[in-house]
Design a protein around this ligand. Sequence first.
Ligand code: IDP
Ligand code: MG
Length: 153
Amino acid sequence: MTERTLIIIKPDAVQRHLIGRIVTRFENKGLKLIAGKFLQAGTEQAGELYAVHKGKDFYERLVRYISSAPILVTVWQADGAIAMARKLLGDTFGYDAKPGTIRGDFGCSQTCNLVHGSDSPESAEFEIGLFFKPEEMVDYEFADAEWLYNSKE
Ligand code: IDP
Ligand code: MG
């Protein structure tokens, strides 16, 4: 099923000059970029993004971190985009994440794990709505879609 997922290039990735290398992972895989915004989130917006973690001991630190510096917020679309993107991200903590994943290749921190990805269709819809209006998403066909997705079969 066609899905959309919110991928955030987090403050540490921007500060560490990793935007291009991270975005390339999603492009290489064949996910389609349909929206993007470079911004610094306020604490309110950051708090909403991580509302599911409210009350946990790392929540305040997490909100401070995500609102501390600019981020690149993007939406990617593909069949099964949510699970595919989570595999590209790797496990939550950099030190656990496998080599070959974004978190596994570029970091070893618990909090500063470079990238956010929605974990379900419900959270994707909610998270995308925090940053984008429907008309800010641009759907289109890739010129090589037949080869990329075997869509003729
Ligand atoms: P996810 O980003 O892999 O979905 P979540 O459990 O949803 O992981 O946690 C959201 C974010 O909160 C993580 O990406 C990480 O930045 C931070 N985080 C999660 N667990 C901890 C923790 O135990 N200590 C510190 N930071 C954490
Ligand atoms: Mg999560």
